[in-house]
Design a protein. Structure first.
Length: 655
DNA sequence: GAGTTTGAAACT
DNA sequence: CAGTTTCAAACTC
């Protein structure tokens, strides 16, 4: 019967269609209020939800929201319809309000969904997605939604993910003291987006909740309100991702970090620095810096606040250790009396070469030209810089600049000199003399200094040149590029002979230090003592040694290296005593982490020139001991791993 | 302390 | 990626 022409004809005349499209406005509100919760929670349905809210009944008629063409048509249609229905002002107002609200919600939805759920391991990298969504205007929502929908679909795979996220968000928010604030956020959202609702009495309910807490709100507020609340919360969560909201973002990052070692807290070094600087206890000084570097590895995985706590804790621990195991030298004590900055000052003045401050005039201390900035620390009084922006006051600028630079070169803030803990040690062996264990990250490019002056970063860092260096006429006392293994003594002699009369005093000093190191012993003077605590912290490093840094375990990068690099750079320091040296090395390596897991994780120097390890791959003189890379040399990985195990425990206490 | 040299960093 | 410029430390006087 249905196939009969008559039926078809009747069918074609059926008023059903018109009825379907006409009622949109009216249905909108009803649908709006009756939309099933599941729609809101399901990521897949998010889009359809959007459309259902936004395009009203179209959702029912066209079940495939993914069709962009259709969506656009719907959009235009809906726009047309709105004015048509304009007669009913009340309805229109509501409709508009709902529309607006819907758009906001959907945006929020997406904003939340993308960053929080799409890639939880990279929260820090997604902070801007939400902003964009929120800025979307009502008119553009159709397109915007479609886009977002696409994005969401592309990003979201798991059905329950949003709900999970929501749960996580709730936990975050409600567990935090900011719950009320989150709710406020929600209220604001409502206020700005749905005045009509307030008029309708919903306001009353929500207002009640404002003073009350979410549990009640959940009960009293209609689903939509609750939904909004959640969105508001989640949104807040997103907001935390934005710079400035460190606390929560760090929490998020924590989760992210836990799931991915790749999570890098950009500029953590600066943060830490700031923390350290602000640290009430002056004792923190350099020692703390190191503790920091150690902590960072672990601490990165926590919120900044948590990190602060851990720092404090570590600080105390270190202090204790230092007091117990390591006699604090007078100089150190002095330092301890002053703030970290002052400490530095003293070092500078006292040690002369050890920790100089910058003297930037044009870079505003926001470029790597600036030693402070490059080291990841703020400039301090002793600096003679002009128009300095590298100060806590300009934290934002500093961080932004830092990010920028890091984006250009992820290793920019990594320690320039990568030290291989092992190397130095093969005491007795020729290997010990070979400086090859440590290498400059990128290698130098000296043309005139013959790598015999501090102009040369390798020399400055107290390491030999490697194949990665493009230096000319390399005579680096710590190891020549050509691989001519250099006995430091011989080298010294050679140098003396050759003459560089001028070079002298300082370089000799360095050489001497080296020799001393090789000889083993003692060591004194240099400011290094400051780091002793570190030794204490990492006992193994001092005693046995060279444990390969727990890097791999620690994972992530931190700019901890920053701290190290600053000190390591100076030959006198870095070269100082074997013991200290070891600790340094360990630290240094740890610091290297910021960079990279590459360095650390890959036992194989596949890392391009950039990789410090890579450099060492084939230092000529190393051949014997090594199979190539230092890492390889380092016991071929296996040993490395074993050694690293012990190191962890030590770090653990630091947290 | 001023001026020069140097090579990394930044820019083109 | 190479060449050039800018920059600040290292060095010299």
């Amino acid at each position: 019967m249905q196939d009969s022409p008559v039926f078809n004809y009747i069918n074609s005349l059926s008023p059903i269609r018109p009825v379907r499209s006409i009622p949109n406005p009216n249905q909108f509100s009803s649908l709006n209020f009756t939309s099933p919760p599941s729609v809101f929670t399901s990521p897949h349905l998010t889009s359809s939800h959007k459309e259902s809210r936004f395009f009203k009944t179209h959702n029912s008629s066209s079940s495939d929201p993914t069709n962009s063409v259709e969506s656009q048509e719907d959009e235009s249609t809906s726009h047309e319809e709105v004015p048509a229905e304009g007669e009913d002002t009340k309805g229109l107002n509501i409709d508009d309000c709902m529309r607006e609200e819907a758009s906001v919600e959907t945006n929020l939805d997406d904003s939340v969904a993308s960053p929080c759920g799409g890639d939880t391991t990279d929260l820090s990298l997604v902070p801007y997605a939400p902003t964009r969504g929120e800025d979307g205007s009502c008119e553009d929502n159709g397109m915007e939604l479609q886009k977002m929908h696409d994005n969401v679909q592309g990003k979201t795979e798991t059905p329950d993910w949003e709900s999970l996220i929501a749960d996580a968000s709730e936990l975050l928010i409600f567990d935090s003291p900011d719950a009320s604030e989150a709710f406020r956020c929600f209220m604001m959202q409502r206020a700005s987006n749905s005045e009509a609702r307030f008029r309708n009495g919903v306001e009353k309910q929500t207002m009640q909740h404002d003073s009350n807490k979410e549990p009640e709100s959940a009960n009293a507020i209609p689903y939509e309100a609750v939904s909004l609340l959640h969105r508001g919360i989640r949104r807040r969560c997103l907001d935390f991702e934005m710079p400035g909201n460190k606390q929560t973002s760090s929490e998020n990052n924590t989760a992210a970090c836990e799931s991915s070692s790749r999570c890098v807290v950009p500029s953590i070094g600066l943060h830490l620095n700031a923390i350290l600087m602000s640290s009430k206890d002056c004792k923190t000084n350099v020692t703390q810096d190191y503790s920091c570097s150690a902590n960072i590895q672990v601490g990165l995985q926590r919120s900044i606040s948590t990190l602060q706590d851990s720092l404090d804790q570590t600080e105390n621990e270190i202090r204790e250790d230092a007091d117990q195991d390591v006699p604090v030298e007078p100089a150190l004590q002095e330092l301890n009396l002053s703030s970290p900055k002052k400490k530095r000052v003293k070092l500078d003045s006292g040690e002369g070469e050890s920790c100089k401050r910058c003297n930037c005039k044009k870079s505003k201390c926001l470029k790597l030209y600036c030693e402070c900035f490059a080291a990841g620390v703020y400039c301090i009084e002793p600096c003679s810089c002009i128009d300095c922006f590298n100060k806590p006051i300009h934290e934002d600028v500093v961080l932004a600049t830092r990010k920028q630079i890091e984006s250009r070169n992820p290793l920019a803030f990594a320690p320039k000199v990568i030290r291989n803990s092992d190397s130095v040690q093969e005491t007795g062996d020729d290997a010990s003399k070979t400086p090859a264990s440590a290498r400059h990250k990128r290698g130098c490019n000296c043309k005139k200094s013959n790598c015999l002056k501090k102009y040369c970063e390798c020399y400055q860092g107290g390491v030999g040149c490697s194949i990665n260096c493009r230096c000319e006429g390399c005579k680096n006392a710590f190891g020549r590029k050509d691989g001519s293994s250099i006995d430091m003594e011989a080298e010294q002699e050679e140098e003396n002979e050759t003459s560089e009369k001028s070079r002298t005093a300082k370089s000799q000093q360095n050489t001497e230090v080296l020799m001393r190191k090789d000889m083993s012993s003692a060591l004194p003077t240099t400011p290094t003592p400051i780091y002793r605590p570190e030794l204490v912290q990492l006992p193994f490093s001092s005693s046995k040694n060279r444990m390969p840094p727990p890097q791999s375990l620690l994972g992530g990068g931190s700019s901890s290296g920053i701290f190290n690099s600053q000190y390591l750079r100076k030959p006198d320091i870095s070269l100082s005593q074997s013991r200290i040296e070891k600790s340094f090395e360990t630290v240094a390596v740890d610091g290297a982490e910021q960079m990279p897991e590459i360095l650390i994780h890959s036992p194989i120097p596949n890392i391009k020139s950039v990789s410090p390890n890579g450099k060492r791959v084939s230092p000529p003189h190393m051949e014997s001991s090594s199979s190539g890379s230092i890492l390889g040399r380092r016991n071929g990985g296996r040993k490395l791993i074993l050694q690293s195990i012990p190191s962890f425990p030590s770090l653990t206490p630091q947290h």
